[in-house]
Design a protein around this ligand. Structure first.
Ligand code: SF4
Length: 337
């Protein structure tokens, strides 16, 4: 049995639940549970490409905060990003093995998966992450979109979140009352329009674009329900930094919004039906969840990339026995957080 605290729903929870219910269980059960300390550490580990994405988001976030606060326009973002990437990599190499032996890492430290397990650095992996940082930030700084944002800096902007600042957008409620989080990057109000924007540093492929469309549908609902904007005035854009992006937020199709809302709500209800309320912590409900209610979905390709492999017996068996399922999304099995 595992305790689950302060449970709300989100697009990334929905995605993980679809990929593997056991991975979902590990990810959200509380760290004080017997297996929870390991699961809690494992879920925070990153790959070099995930770390690159965090660096890109943070460097852009800081440039936007400076702009919003009327400071100087930041330049040479790619160089700043590369330095941050190298610094975090070095810290991770030091902290990773210590964290595995039980030493708590400093708050907001980023630990790479292979450092945690004390595997040596792979130079090609490291360079791929570094290349992502440079490409995304050079594309951003040279883009029409960055020029447009500079012209829009006098408008009302939403809170700009950067790595480790602990800020979360407020929750909103779906029609069935379930609390929902939307982890967009930031928004701009240009009355009567509301533009919601999300950076994408990953690979732009059919699967990632489909996921991004669904994410924008949820962000549109956030605009309507949390920011009280009529849906026809909410526009959203996934900004693919592998290209030089232009300013192009668009209204999301109403049928898509309704379909995504119905599908994520259905999954949320399935999960809540398996949780048993067991008291509260400071007024927020605590639930009991049982691992057998969240069965594993073993597949050697999926499990081979799953962060919980080391604590999942079924996953290890699938990898050892080369078990393959037929519903595997080869392009991106786990959406980076
Ligand atoms: S290792 Fe495989 S079966 Fe286990 S939690 Fe991960 S994806 Fe699911």
């Amino acid at each position: 049995m595992g305790k689950v605290f302060n449970f709300g729903w989100s697009f990334s929870k929905d995605g993980l639940f679809r990929e593997c219910e056991r991975a979902f269980f590990f990810h959200y059960a509380h760290k004080d549970e017997p297996f929870g300390r390991d699961a809690h550490r494992l879920k925070e580990l990153k790959t070099p490409l995930m770390m690159a994405g965090t660096v890109v988001d943070t460097v852009i976030g800081k440039a936007l905060v400076a702009l919003k606060e009327g400071g100087e326009v930041r330049t040479e973002l790619a160089t700043k990003g590369e330095k941050a990437y190298e610094y975090i990599w070095t810290k991770s190499a030091d902290l990773g093995p210590k964290t595995r032996t039980g030493k708590a890492p400093p708050e907001n430290a980023i630990i790479l998966h292979h450092h945690y397990f004390d595997h040596g650095d792979d130079d090609a992996d490291k360079k791929a992450g570094l290349r992502t940082v440079r490409t995304c930030l050079e594309n951003f700084e040279g883009s029409g979109l960055w020029q447009t944002l500079q012209r829009m800096s006098g408008l009302e902007w939403g809170e700009i979140r950067t790595h480790g600042d602990g800020k979360f957008p407020p929750k909103f409620r779906m029609d069935n009352g379930i609390a929902f989080w939307a982890a967009y990057d930031f928004y701009i109000k240009e009355p009567p329009k509301l533009h919601i924007l999300d950076w994408k540093s990953g690979k732009k492929c059919h699967s990632s674009q489909q996921k991004a469309k669904q994410q924008l549908a949820i962000y549109s609902l956030y605009g309507q329900k949390a920011l009280s904007t009529d849906l026809e005035n909410v526009t959203a854009q996934a900004i693919w930094l592998a290209d030089e992006p232009e300013w192009a937020p668009e209204q999301v199709d109403g049928n898509l919004i309704a379909g995504v809302a119905a599908s994520v709500t259905e999954n949320a209800e399935k999960v809540f039906a398996r949780l048993v309320e067991d008291g509260d912590y400071k007024g927020r409900p605590i639930y009991e969840a049982s691992a057998p209610d969240f069965p594993p979905a073993p597949d050697m390709r999926k499990c081979g990339r799953c962060r919980f492999l080391s604590i999942c017996e079924e996953g290890r068996e699938a990898v050892a026995g080369k078990v393959v399922s037929d519903d595997f999304d080869d392009e991106e099995p786990f959406e980076p957080d």
